[in-house]
Design a protein around this ligand. Structure first.
Ligand SMILES: Cc1ncc(COP(=O)(O)O)c(C=O)c1O
Length: 448
C-alpha cells in the first residue's frame, strides 16, 4: 500500500500544545513558532502535516537505509510483539537476540564475532569505552585509563561520548562533567590541499602520527583506546585521507592501544560496504553501530568486539558475571525483530552493493554544485556527501541552517552540518531522485 496524505489527519497544534515536548538538538522557540511536522513516510519520501511531499535526502537522520515504511520490518515487529513483547536479557535470553547477533557477525569484518546490544549510538559508544577499560585491566594493564578521540568527532551525547567528541557546541557547557584523561587527535579536514575531493582525499595520512605525540606525552602504558569515526559524519562528512586509517591501526597495534571505529553512520552500507572498516580495509578492535541496524524503525545499537576481547572476559570464575554492564532493553526482542528483518532486506536487495554502484553517479551529481556562490568545498564518498559554504561572518552555521529550510520548503529533506549541507539518502534512491535532490539544493544555494 502506498501511504496517502489523506490517510493521516493533518492535525494542527496550538503553540501551547507544542510546549511540553522539549525537543532534542532543536531551536525550540523557533520551531514552535513555525513547526515543521512530518506526518508519514514511504519509500524515498516524507509527507508534512500539510500534505507536502519531501524527498528524503538524509535517510531521516542517517538511519533509514532501506527506505521508509518497509512492510517486512513492520510485520516482523508485529509478530514479535504478539509472541514475546519483552523479555529480560539479564541471566535470560530470547531467540531474536541470538539470531540477530549471528546475522550481524556474518556481515561484520572477520574477527569481530561478538555483539553487545544497546539502544542507541550514544550507549554503544559508552559501552565500548567501558569494555576497553576493563579489557586492559583484565590483561594486567590497569594503568591504561586514558582515552583518545578526535577533533570534530561526534560520538553521541552520553558523558563518555561527549568527552571524546570534538564538536565545540556539544562540549562547551559540560566542562567539569566530562570524564578525565581524554585527549584529541587533530581532525583531518584540510580544504587548502583537499578541497573538492571525490572519495578519499590525497593529503593527510601523516595526521595519524599525532598519536605518537600523545604516546610521547603520556606513555603508551597510560592509554586504553582511540575512538574515531571512519568518516566523521555530523561535523560535515570528513572522509579519511588515503592511508590515514591504516597508519592509525599500525600505531595502535604498536602501542597496545585498542582502536574503536564508531560506525553509527558509516555502518550498514553507507560507504558501499557493510562497514567502513571493510570499505577502507582496516579492522578495528571494536565497532560501535546503531541507526541502520534497524533501519531506524526501532531504537537499537550494538557493539561488535574481537574474539580476543570477549575471550579475555570469559576467564572470570564460572558462574560470575563477566561484565557489570547492560541495559533493561539490551537485545529487546522487538528491536531484534526489526534488526533481523532489516538485515534480510539489505542482503536480499543487495543494498550495500547498490550504494557502491551508485557512488560515481552520486559523486558527479553532487560535485556539479562546484562553482556556485559560497560553495567552498564538496566531499563525497559512497552515498554520503557534504557541501560546505563560506560562513557568514559572525553567524556561523547560518548558511547551513537556511539552506536546510529552503530545501524543506521546496520539497527535500537535507541536513545542516556546521556551515554545510549533509546528504545521506536511503540506499534505494534512484538516479532521477539524485538529480532531483541536487537540483533542489542547487536552487537553495543560489538563493542564499
Ligand atoms: C558517529 C556517531 N556516534 C554516535 C552517535 C549517537 O547516536 P544516537 O543519537 O543514536 O545516540 C551518532 C549519531 O548521529 C553518530 O553519528
Amino acid at each position: 500500500m502506498n501511504a496517502r496524505p489523506e490517510d493521516f489527519a493533518a492535525r494542527a497544534f496550538s503553540r501551547e500544545e507544542l510546549e511540553a515536548f522539549w525537543m532534542p538538538f532543536t531551536a525550540n522557540r523557533q520551531f514552535k513558532d513555525k513547526p515543521r511536522m512530518l506526518s508519514h513516510a514511504k519509500g524515498m519520501h516524507y509527507w508534512t502535516a500539510e500534505g507536502r511531499q519531501l524527498l528524503d535526502g538524509v535517510a531521516g537522520l542517517w538511519c533509514v537505509n532501506a527506505g521508509h515504511g518497509r512492510k517486512e520490518i513492520s510485520q516482523s515487529v508485529a509478530r514479535q510483539l504478539e509472541t514475546l513483547d519483552f523479555s529480560p536479557t539479564f541471566q535470560m535470553g530470547n531467540p531474536a537476540g541470538f539470531d540477530l547477533a549471528n546475522k550481524l557477525t556474518k556481515i561484520a569484518p572477520a574477527g569481530l564475532d561478538h555483539v553487545f546490544f544497546t539502544n542507541s549510538g550514544s550507549e554503544s559508544v559508552d559501552t565500548a569505552l567501558k569494555i576497553a577499560f576493563q579489557y586492559q585491566r583484565l590483561k594486567g594493564e590497569a594503568t591504561r585509563t586514558r582515552l583518545i578521540g578526535r577533533e570534530r568527532g561526534y560520538h553521541g551525547v552520553n558523558l563518555g561520548g561527549t568527552s571524546l567528541g570534538g564538536m565545540v557546541g556539544n562540549r562547551k557547557a559540560w566542562g567539569p562533567a566530562m570524564i578525565p584523561g581524554v585527549d584529541h587527535l587533530p581532525h583531518t579536514h584540510n580544504p587548502a590541499k583537499n578541497a573538492f575531493s571525490k572519495g578519499q582525499p590525497e593529503h593527510g595520512a601523516e595526521l595519524a602520527n599525532a598519536l605518537e605525540g600523545l604516546v610521547a606525552l603520556h606513555d603508551a602504558s597510560s592509554i586504553a583506546a582511540v575512538i574515531v569515526e571512519p568518516i566523521s559524519g555530523s561535523s560535515g562528512v570528513l572522509v579519511p585521507p588515503k592511508g590515514y586509517l591504516q597508519r592509525l591501526r599500525e600505531l595502535c597495534t604498536k602501542h597496545g592501544i585498542l582502536l574503536i571505529f564508531d560506525e553509527v553512520i558509516t555502518g550498514f552500507g553507507r560507504t558501499g560496504s557493510a562497514f567502513g572498516a571493510q570499505e577502507f580495509g582496516v579492522t578495528p578492535d571494536i565497532i560501535t553501530c546503531a541507526k541502520g541496524l534497524t533501519n531506524g524503525a526501532v531504537p537499537m545499537g550494538a557493539v561488535l568486539v574481537k574474539k580476543e576481547i570477549y575471550d579475555a572476559f570469559m576467564t572470570a570464575p564460572e558462574g560470575a558475571i563477566e561484565l557489570f554492564h547492560g541495559y533493561t532493553y539490551s537485545a529487546h526482542p522487538v528491536a531484534c525483530a526489526a534488526g533481523i528483518a532489516t538485515l534480510d532486506i539489505y542482503e536480499r536487495e543487495g543494498l550495500f552493493q547498490r550504494a557502491k554502484e551508485l557512488a560515481p553517479y552520486w559523486a558527479d551529481a553532487v560535485h556539479s554544485l562546484k562553482g556556485l556562490p559560497n560553495v567552498i568545498d564538496i566531499r563525497t564518498y559512497g552515498l554520503v556527501a557534504c557541501v560546505e559554504y563560506e560562513p557568514i561572518p559572525g553567524s556561523p552555521g547560518k548558511r547551513g541552517f537556511d539552506t536546510f529550510l529552503r530545501c524543506f520548503e521546496s520539497g527535500a529533506l537535507v541536513r545542516g552540518a556546521a556551515d554545510g549541507t549533509a546528504l545521506s539518502p536511503p540506499l534505494i534512491i534512484e538516479k532521477s531522485q539524485i538529480d532531483q535532490l541536487v537540483e533542489t539544493l542547487r536552487k537553495a544555494i543560489k538563493a542564499q
